[in-house]
Design a protein around this ligand. Structure first.
Ligand code: MGP
Ligand code: SAH
Length: 289
């Protein structure tokens, strides 16, 4: 099958809706394309030049097609990225996984200025960008196993002017983890797609690509200061149990994460970033004294 045939097959089997405005050009990505290096990772200097010319015009068609799977998230595009119209790029998983900006900003506010934050499953950069904003003053290491996601994250970080505060890595978090050091680890792993909300009690074993306990244990070897963004139907007792994996148990706090009063997810904080704990800087002082 030629790549154009695959593209057509994908489009024909999806339900499609037309929207009269800029749409993710990546919906036209074919299976064959997935094996290629994303354009954002090739010759970054040249690309930078193209972005200065205006990414919206060169990369995103004025009119396009979008599957009904994505339509719900497209309607929320400005709450995902307030600068969406400046040329934000995402693929299908990026659409349904990006943390809304308001929530990502709340997460970022917990990490002290000057801290190093690892976004272990960075996707298209929803969280990494907020941690990296100058008002936060964090340096971010953004990891994703999918090179296309990192390509989009680089593009999106440039739109927010924070690309210099982020080191982008294409890789498997679990393989990289033993070599990483940081003040804060941020975890927003895959939840298994939008159908996560059909489950009444979302148990931690449903997280991908490994169960929540395993993900947490790997993260904990980097730092006790962990922020985890989880489904709103997550089993809260299990989330609390994560704090007991450490001896003594980690400080633990849980909050509902809202966009305009509507609960989008649950955020769990562990370690010194829990409200009322001694701050990260005290942790560094203790470590160096
Ligand atoms: P949602 O529940 O699919 O959408 O995702 P919405 O609009 O709240 O659905 P409604 O029909 O109930 O109104 C809500 C948010 O959860 C998304 O914007 C993402 O931030 C986050 N999210 C959803 N999924 C499926 C994932 C995922 O797989 N991984 C991560 N990290 N976040 C996700
Ligand atoms: N917080 C992100 C969304 C993360 S979605 C945002 O706001 O944009 C989860 C991401 O985990 C996906 O992009 C997926 O490609 C990535 N992922 C899955 N397995 C991974 C692994 N083993 N290592 C690193 N990233 C992984």
């Amino acid at each position: 099958m030629q790549s154009e045939d695959i593209e057509l097959a994908v489009l024909e089997t999806s339900e499609l809706t037309t929207f009269p405005c800029s749409i993710d050009q990546n919906l036209r990505r074919t299976n064959a394309d997935k094996t290629k290096t994303p354009p954002s990772l090739l010759n970054r200097k040249k690309r930078k030049h193209r972005i200065k010319q205006g990414p919206c015009k060169t990369l995103i068609p004025k009119q396009g097609l979008i599957t009904t799977n994505i339509a719900k998230y497209w309607h929320q595009r400005y709450s995902l990225f307030s600068r969406y119209d400046d040329g934000i790029q995402m693929d299908e998983e990026g659409w349904f996984s990006a943390t809304p900006e308001e929530i990502a900003a709340t997460h970022a506010a917990r990490a002290g200025s000057g801290t190093i934050v690892i976004d272990c499953f960075s996707g298209v950069g929803g969280n990494a960008i907020q941690f990296a904003l100058k008002i936060r003053g964090c340096h971010v290491v953004a990891i994703d196993i999918d090179p296309w996601k990192i390509g989009y994250a680089i593009n999106n970080a440039k739109i927010y002017g924070v690309e210099d505060n982020i080191d982008f890595i294409v890789g498997d978090f679990f393989q990289l983890a033993p070599f990483l050091k940081a003040d804060v680890v941020f975890l927003s792993p895959p939840w298994g797609g939008p159908s996560y909300n059909k489950i009444q009690n979302f148990t931690l074993d449903l997280l991908k690509p490994r169960d929540g306990y395993s993900i947490f244990q790997v993260a904990q070897k980097i730092t006790p200061n962990i922020i985890m963004f989880l489904p709103r139907n997550v089993d809260i007792n299990q989330v609390e149990e994560l704090s007991w994996l450490s001896s003594p148990p980690l400080n633990f706090e849980i909050e509902e994460s809202h966009v305009q009063g509507y609960t989008k997810g649950i955020t769990a904080y562990f370690g010194y970033i829990v409200s009322g704990s001694p701050g990260l800087y005290k942790l560094s002082e203790v470590a160096t004294s």
